[in-house]
Design a protein around this ligand. Structure first.
Ligand code: OGA
Ligand code: MN
Length: 202
């Protein structure tokens, strides 16, 4: 966790492999797969509020929100870990992060999410994006990398490609870094979410 804080401070983004225990991540992966089998996932939207639309030419993943009050034991384990991270971030950066909202995501074979920022204009409370990948046996060549452009606010120039391997965690300042999910050649699972800040005057 310490390295994540250091990297976030230095560059605004951080990647850590093997961050969350492999056995626990695997249980989340199984849960994700089972929920999908039950038909619980829905096509993800773009935008927010009344402007929220399904736009498969921009993103073609399916999502299932984690429901407060109905967290499973596996989810609670991950959320407890995130809670520690949230408190450490508040302590280090005085961010006033007060909660987390998140969803499972499945990108079926060939699905993608075109370049975007996670923060909706000035109105979004989402400050930090956190993604945990849930794909055992991911191989180079399977695609589905997360591409993050590493220059603040730029959608060109230098970038990193992150493989969505089981237990790898990525976090970054949601409004600062353009990013995209490249098409994968097999189904790709994750939990994606955001630490939120209280909003003043909205
Ligand atoms: C998102 C997103 C990236 C990923 O859901 O907003 O950018 O690697 N996800 O799943
Ligand atoms: Mn995103």
């Amino acid at each position: 966790m310490k390295q994540i804080l250091i990297d976030l401070e230095c560059s605004g983004w951080a990647v850590k492999a093997g961050c969350f225990g492999e056995a626990d991540a695997l249980r989340l992966q199984q849960e994700c797969q089972e929920s999908c089998g039950r038909g619980a996932f829905r096509p993800a939207g773009v935008g927010r509020g009344t402007g929220l639309n399904v736009r498969p030419e921009i993103r073609s993943d399916q999502i299932l929100w984690l429901e407060p009050g109905a967290f499973t034991a596996e989810q609670q384990l991950y959320l407890a870990w995130l809670e520690e991270l949230r408190m450490a971030l508040n302590q280090q950066f005085c961010l006033g992060l007060f909660d987390f909202e998140g969803h499972f995501a499945i990108y079926p074979e060939g699905a993608f999410y075109k370049a975007h920022l996670d923060r909706h204009a000035a109105t979004s409370a989402r400050l930090i994006t956190i993604i945990l990948y849930l794909n055992p046996h991911w191989q180079p060549g399977d695609g589905g990398e997360l591409k993050i452009w590493t220059t603040l606010g730029e959608k060109e120039g230098s970038y990193v490609l992150i493989e969505p391997r089981l237990g790898t965690l990525v976090c970054f300042f949601a409004g600062d870094f353009w990013h995209e999910v490249l098409p994968a050649i097999k189904s790709r699972m994750s939990i994606t979410g955001w630490f939120r800040q209280r909003q003043v005057g909205l």
